[in-house]
Ligand binder design. Structure first.
Ligand code: FES
Length: 180
């Protein structure tokens, strides 16, 4: 049985390869703060999300204040602070999408998936995020991204078709429906 007493060594929050990537990122830029973004990607690729211990480790490796790393980690919606599902659905609710039905789209997805905004389905297949800022496809509003692939001009039926396609594992590419 592993020693978990007070004197036991704690497992490092990050693996050697991730630490090496963080150090390489630091060498690429004149300012250590410029290496925060690639370092956080490296962490997320290893762990699936950004743990408090991992953020501290990044700050230590880069020689920065933990608050500086924390500020970057919380600013961008692409970084997860909790374990996400296999597929990430992000519904844009900025102005163009909001005016063309983003709220209704989000409510529909909540019902279809059985989760609230921010939740992950019981089977771990989908995480739904509905607090995302403009995703740069305003002309196709309302839109969402699934695993960073954009789906535009969505209504309930089109959103259902996207979910079905993702569930089936069919190959996916950028999708834009003709506006009704
Ligand atoms: S407002 Fe939704 S993509 Fe720009």
């Amino acid at each position: 049985m592993a020693d978990s007493g007070p004197g036991a060594a704690e497992a490092p929050p990050l693996g050697r390869e991730t630490l090496a990537r963080i150090r390489r990122s630091k060498q690429l830029y004149p300012w250590a703060s410029s290496a925060i973004l690639p370092s956080l990607w490296a962490v997320q690729e290893e762990l699936g999300y950004l743990t408090p211990a991992a953020l501290l480790a990044v700050a230590e490796e880069l020689g920065l204040e933990p608050s500086e790393v924390e500020a970057v980690a919380t600013f961008y919606s692409m970084y997860f602070r909790h374990r996400a599902g296999e597929h990430l659905i992000q519904v844009c609710r900025n102005v163009s999408c909001g005016l063309r039905g983003a709220d209704e789209l989000l409510r529909h997805l909540e019902r279809a998936l059985g989760v609230e905004d921010g939740g992950t389905t019981e089977d771990g297949a989908f995480t739904l995020e509905g607090t995302v800022e403009c995703l740069g496809a305003c002309g196709g509003a309302p839109m969402m991204q699934v695993d960073r692939i954009s789906y535009e001009n969505l209504d309930a039926a089109a959103a259902d078709a996207v979910l079905e396609q993702v569930r089936s594992g069919a190959p996916r590419g950028r999708r834009s429906r003709a506006r009704a």
